[in-house]
Write a protein of this length. Structure first.
Length: 217
């Protein structure tokens, strides 16, 4: 599918790895006391194969932070049975079957207890400071994560087209207008050295990526 441009598995900074799972990327961040995952890709097998190429043991991953509950982000969760699980508070109705995702379908329930994060909430995992930033639109509980104040992972809240942020694909967003407000909110963040998307690779130039949205906010 040409609408996505997924990056190959590898290092994007000395402590951040991008992991390829066919049509989607997820991220592993090396902390002083272990590894954190932001999303998990579409399947346990994919995640397992890719971690092997990176030389990272699944048991090193102590926590998984989900940007949202779509299967291509949660399918690899089973590879990390020991990991603590976090997601945005607004996503809970999608994993408990209270709200349908799209085309009448429900997202799958999660396989373990989880902690719900509110907007701006910070938790420490693996020695990393993980801040949840509520960015609804793609789904009601879509959440971006700012790690150690400098690396930002946005799930399906943004696409990158030639280095510039644009909204995600309208057809699979639950509310693109709300998403655009979320992007304007993200555009106000300072000190971001890496922007990591789930389907369109990374940007190292946040000012350029967010240029149009900063002017609008
Ligand atoms: Zn996705």
């Amino acid at each position: 599918m040409l609408i996505f441009s997924v990056a190959p598995t590898g290092k994007v900074t000395s402590e951040v790895f991008i992991v390829s799972g066919k049509m989607v990327n997820f991220y592993l961040i090396q902390g002083t006391e272990g590894v954190v995952a932001v999303d998990t890709g579409p399947s346990k097998q994919d995640a397992s194969d890719q971690l092997e190429t990176l030389g990272i043991e699944p048991s090193q991953v102590g926590a998984v932070f989900l940007t949202h509950s779509d299967y291509d982000h949660t399918g690899g969760l089973a590879l990390f049975p020991q990991a603590r699980l976090y997601l945005g508070q607004g996503e809970e109705p999608l994993v408990t079957g209270k709200v349908r995702r799209m085309l009448g379908r429900f997202n799958k329930p999660l396989d373990r207890p989880y902690s719900l994060l509110t907007d701006g909430q910070t938790v420490t995992e693996a020695g990393l400071t993980m801040q949840a930033i509520s960015t609804p639109g793609h789904t009601p509980g879509s959440t971006s994560y700012r790690v150690n104040e400098k690396w930002l992972f946005t799930g399906d809240t943004v696409r990158l087209v030639k280095g510039h942020v644009v909204p995600f694909i309208n057809f699979i967003n639950m509310n693109t207008r709300v998403q655009m407000a979320s992007i304007r909110k993200l555009a106000r963040l300072d000190g971001i050295e890496l922007l990591g998307t789930a389907h369109h690779g990374v940007s190292y130039d946040y000012a350029i990526a967010m240029q149009a949205w900063r002017a609008a906010s």
